[in-house]
Design a binder for this molecule. Structure first.
Ligand SMILES: [Zn+2]
Length: 272
């Protein structure tokens, strides 16, 4: 019995390695988008029903318009790089909810939430774009599916059960939410730091493609670290990350290369 399970896992591993576009990192995923996305879409609806959508029209408009531009850049990139199916399967949506937490996330398939608590840290449109780029990058790079798969691997054999029970089992639901990055227990998942760094890099590329100023991403993380140091509960984006200083330096160093990539990707997609 045990042997069958380990063989199954080895086999699954062989067929489940793929490469993250742009960064080229090899990733492992047992979960297909065709299984994951419908569940994520359904859970997003549930989340919106249970939380208060912001009535601040100006801020909401800003989040939605930045989301549209950034996801538009991601969509163009995917279509120009043999990922039209993936682009078609995403259902981008951007909402601002009334909540003081310094938080934002994007579920697999592009369903995104900003919390009003993060808006002072975003501070301006370029700042919103920096955070948006980062969150959208998690969805683009399928970090949720990867987190989920490694979590599943730890519980060998639970994969089929999780997929078949879907949303019905509350404990499983929590597992999905955590995998998406919606939960706050990401610290124990060992790939998180890799994911955060990757989301930073991809996010800057997408924000430049969409026409925003990438330098503001550095300022956002400076403001973020000041808040976290001020005794606030660390936001998702900080909780599992190398020190803020490391992150800020890495971002600064990445911006020149990101500009080159963004220019190249825009050239692929903005001809005519
Ligand atoms: Zn993140």
């Amino acid at each position: 019995m045990k042997k069958t399970i380990s063989l199954a896992i080895v086999f699954a591993f062989i067929i489940s390695c793929s490469t993250v576009p742009i960064t080229g990192r090899k990733q492992f995923s047992l979960v297909k988008d065709s299984q994951l996305l419908p569940m994520a879409f359904q859970q997003y609806e549930g989340f919106l029903r249970e939380h208060k959508v912001s009535t601040n029209a100006a801020m909401t408009k800003q989040v939605k318009s930045v989301g549209k531009r950034i996801s538009g850049a991601v969509d163009r990139y995917m279509r120009a790089n043999d990922m039209a199916d993936k682009a078609d399967s995403y259902r981008w949506e951007f909402n601002l909810i009334e909540d003081k937490s310094i938080n934002a996330w994007a579920m697999p398939g592009g369903k995104t939430v900003f919390y009003t608590g993060i808006m002072p840290i975003a501070k301006n449109e370029d700042g919103v774009a920096a955070i948006m780029g980062h969150e959208v990058a998690h969805a683009f790079a399928r970090h949720g599916a990867e987190r989920m798969s490694t979590g599943m691997l730890a519980q060998a054999g639970g994969i089929a059960v999780a997929l078949s029970t879907g949303n019905k089992d509350p404990r499983k639901q929590q597992m999905w939410m955590t995998a998406y990055g919606v939960g706050s227990q990401l610290g124990q998942l060992k790939f998180s730091r890799v994911h955060e760094t990757e989301a930073d890099k991809l996010g800057v590329v997408f924000m430049i493609m969409a026409g925003y100023n990438p330098e503001e991403s550095v300022n956002v993380w400076i403001r973020m670290s000041q808040r976290a140091d001020a005794g606030q509960a660390p936001p998702e984006i900080l909780s599992t990350h190398p020190s803020n200083q490391t992150r800020i330096i890495a971002l600064r160093n990445w911006i020149p290369e990101a500009k080159v990539l963004a220019k190249k990707f825009n050239a692929q997609t903005l001809t005519n």
